[in-house]
Design a protein around this ligand. Structure first.
Ligand code: DP6
Length: 341
């Protein structure tokens, strides 16, 4: 029997991946902060055997048939790359550090941690990775096949995914670490304001698909390359004004794309807009470089440098917490990435 355990964090995109083609290939490059506290822990046991793969899946201690079904079809889709998955018995136990009903997407951390476990078993069976870089690259590739944004959760601090001229080693197949960044960005904080924890009415997969007929699609894909090139310079030099401008523009663009899809849909809520206005006003008045981003939902990720933690936390409790469902805020930060347990 082979056993392995990993913990992998979620990530929040600064340049958004929205629109895909082929087998989980992105229509534009993206970049994200790797989070620290919002994580999935996964333990996998593998017993080699002659008959077809048999899977048992436990989520948060309980057998979960729905997750098992989805996982088995994912495992079958990658069993040429990881041949041990063609036969034997696989036992997966997974849990999240963040509550299920927060609206925080768990697919990125879940797929990243599963990919790391599977690649480690593959290594134990075949000894096929020459070094840690090759191992992580393959794990990122496998994670991408499970959920696009998951491929970025493999690396610490900041990760980039999707071929773009400004990074010669970039690829659509897997993410890479972004290392040439100003030290302040490696300790960035992210307060996740839970505006509404309801399940999204349009899934990310459906949203990606709607990009196929979105009249803004080509302009958007081009803009992502330009924004990424400019953001990379800002990350390197510590240019917070440019960072803020691009990050907020990307968040609003993501939601503009949803609003201009056919059929059109709106995921932000009145309190999301109120929060955005308050954040921008606070920044204007105090000159504290705090900004927001959004994922495919109503919750606000408030991003700020660690040195402003006291002021921003006071701002949250005085002006933002009342906009959150049950006053829920998750205080997360940029982190060191996956951990082998
Ligand atoms: C808005 O990675 O969840 O969070 O590849 O279909 O699993 P699938 O989609 P997913 O899309 C994430 C979209 C986003 C932006 C981002 O993380 O870049």
């Amino acid at each position: 029997m082979i056993q392995t355990s990993w913990s992998a964090p979620s990530n929040i995109a600064l340049i958004k991946y929205w629109g895909k083609h082929g087998i989980q290939l992105p229509n534009n490059p993206s970049i994200s902060f790797t989070l620290d506290k919002s994580r999935t822990h996964t333990h996998v046991k593998y017993e080699p055997g002659a008959s077809a793969l048999d899977l048992q899946f436990l989520f948060e201690g309980k057998e979960n048939i729905e997750f098992a079904k989805r996982t088995i079809s994912f495992l079958n889709s990658i069993n040429r790359e990881l041949p041990f998955l063609q036969t034997g018995k696989l036992y997966i136990e997974s849990s999240n550090t963040f509550p299920h009903s927060t609206g925080i997407a768990s697919s990125a951390s879940a797929m990243a941690t599963l990919a790391l476990c599977l690649c480690e078993i593959h290594q134990k069976v075949t000894d096929s990775y020459s070094d840690k870089i090759a191992f992580l690259k393959h794990a990122s590739h496998i994670a991408r096949l499970g959920s696009g944004s998951a491929c970025r959760s493999i690396y610490p601090y900041l990760a980039q995914w999707g071929q773009t001229d400004s990074i010669p080693s970039s690829s659509d197949e897997f993410a890479i670490p972004v290392s040439d960044v100003h030290v302040d960005f490696t300790t960035y904080l992210d307060a996740i304001l839970i505006i509404d924890s309801d399940e999204k009415k349009v899934s990310s997969s459906a949203g990606h698909q709607l990009m196929e007929k979105n009249p803004l699609a080509e302009i958007r894909y081009k803009q992502a390359h330009t924004n990424l090139a400019e953001l990379l310079i800002a990350l390197k030099t510590g240019d917070l004004d440019t960072f803020i401008e691009i990050v907020e523009l990307e968040a609003l663009m993501l939601h503009a794309l949803m609003m201009t899809s056919q059929p059109s849909y709106i995921l932000i809520r009145p309190n999301t807009l109120q929060g955005i206005e308050k954040i921008q006003l606070f920044r204007q008045e105090t000159k504290i470089p705090v900004c927001f981003t959004l994922d495919a939902g109503p919750n606000i990720h408030l991003l700020y440098p660690k040195k402003y933690q006291t002021e921003v936390e006071a701002f949250i409790s005085q002006q933002l917490i009342m906009l959150c469902e049950d006053e829920r805020v998750i205080f997360d930060c940029c982190g060191e990435g996956p951990i082998s347990l």
